[in-house]
Design a protein around this ligand. Structure first.
Ligand code: SF4
Ligand code: SF4
Length: 425
């Protein structure tokens, strides 16, 4: 008989639910353990990394009623956004959507993702509104002044993602690298958390769907539907959560050589409903394809697996005694999080992207090589940058496990995600 969400919730309420993080389940399988359906009710999955398709839906009182007719354009800490959708005529309110990949006009390297984190931290935000009568009004607000502060992930949680290399001579600036991708095939970057990724553990979307409760940046949220450009081969989710309960450590902005990006952390519980959902959750990195794309035209040029890039190498370590205190520090120059400054490493801000290990021996991590047959040649291309942070994702999947085990997080019924338009055909 198929297990039901209600059955699992009863076990959660009684405190005898069996929860395993997806990567721990995969390790048990690797070690030859025969995990049966009676041994596990919920598998917690997660992903953390750059998620471009992210925006914040904000609404707040900007002035007393009657001070201005309508807002025409606004900037939050210099980041441009359009007022609306409601005109709020003479009401003094502003509604807006701020894109995570928008960059500040006066503070290069500061983008929407940084703004979202500053809001969640409770920092004051400078707001400028250009009004329809030609004035620019200024105000300072915090998240406490907002009646709506919500993040929407229009295109999050891809089943897994891709690796990128430059097939030509020279270097290419890209959102997939903090410096540039040097070619031909001198290095590669990749994204995706492999066997920990949510949809990779439920590839036919049978155990999660519209209405499934999730953790988005540590706050309870839900799956709204398919993400943009979702297809059976590359499914994405649209997700949302209120910002008020988010945790700054799970979110933020980052810098690439082609502009600012947004960081999110999303954890999703997969209810183990039957033998098939359990079998799917036992997926291993070694069995998950990692396609290599040419950065010039996003054409697939080879194929490897996540087993080549994730292998006991989640964390980047730093040895302060080995630091030579160089006059020009390449780590300080290129770290996308800015977490090495004046010879001090702020470890809690590091997202284990690993780029520092390629410019200085003081930082260490075995980043691995991508082994591919490309242009008829057997190639090993060194990984120099990871857009996903599996260490941070693991932390989120374990937090979700703790919350379910403590009875603090119940699962919700869901509606199946259908593809209503077969746009890819
Ligand atoms: S981290 Fe590396 S590059 Fe930076 S100062 Fe230390 S030794 Fe030099
Ligand atoms: S791994 Fe290195 S480059 Fe990446 S965020 Fe951490 S310190 Fe910065």
């Amino acid at each position: 008989m198929k297990r039901r969400i209600e059955d699992i919730n009863e076990k959660i309420k009684k405190g005898d639910v069996a929860v395993i993080s997806a990567d721990d389940l995969s390790d048990m399988v690797r070690n030859g353990e025969d995990v049966k359906i009676k041994d596990v009710d919920v598998v917690t999955t997660a992903t953390r990394g750059c998620m471009s398709g992210t925006a914040a839906d904000l609404s707040f009182r900007f002035s007393e009623p009657g001070v201005f007719e309508r807002g025409k354009m606004l900037r939050l800490n210099g980041i441009p956004a359009l007022p609306g959708s409601a005109p709020n005529e003479r009401a003094g309110y502003i509604d807006t959507i701020v894109y995570g990949t928008q960059e500040s006009l006066h503070n290069p390297g500061y983008g929407g993702g940084h703004l979202f984190k500053d809001l969640v931290k409770g920092k004051e935000i400078e707001v400028e509104v250009d009004t329809t009568d030609g004035r620019t009004l200024e105000e300072t607000i915090t998240i406490e002044d907002m009646n709506t502060a919500r993040i929407i992930g229009f295109r999050n949680c891809c089943k897994n993602y891709q690796a990128f290399a430059n097939s030509k001579e020279g270097s290419v600036k890209t959102i997939f690298h903090p410096k540039y991708l040097e070619g031909p095939y001198k290095e590669c970057s990749f994204a995706g958390c492999g066997e920990l990724n949510p949809i990779q553990n439920d590839p036919d979307l049978e155990a999660i769907g519209i209405g499934s409760k999730i953790l988005m940046n540590g706050a309870e949220g839900i799956i709204l539907g398919h993400g943009t450009k979702s297809s059976p081969e590359h499914p994405f989710l649209m997700t949302t959560a209120e910002m008020y309960d988010m945790k700054p450590a799970y979110m933020g902005g980052t810098v690439t050589s082609a502009g600012v990006e947004v960081l999110n952390t999303i954890a999703i519980p997969i209810p183990i409903l039957d033998e098939k959902t359990l079998k799917n959750a036992k997926v291993l990195d070694e069995a998950i394809d990692l396609p290599l794309m040419d950065i010039h035209d996003r054409r697939e040029i080879g194929i490897s697996t996540y087993g080549m890039v994730w292998k006991n190498n989640l964390k980047v370590s730093y040895d302060p005694d080995a630091c030579k205190r160089c006059d020009e520090c390449l780590v300080e120059e290129y770290c996308p999080e800015g977490c090495f400054k004046d010879y001090i490493f702020e470890e809690e801000r590091c997202r284990n992207c690993g780029f520092c290990t390629t410019v200085c021996d003081t930082f260490k991590c075995d980043m691995g090589d991508l082994h591919v047959i490309c242009e008829g040649k057997d190639m090993r291309i060194p990984v120099t940058y990871r857009a996903s942070d599996r260490m941070g994702a693991r932390k989120a999947s374990l937090e979700l496990k703790d919350r379910i085990e403590s009875g603090d997080f119940l699962l919700t019924p869901f509606e199946r995600l259908e593809f209503k338009r077969r746009w890819w055909e």
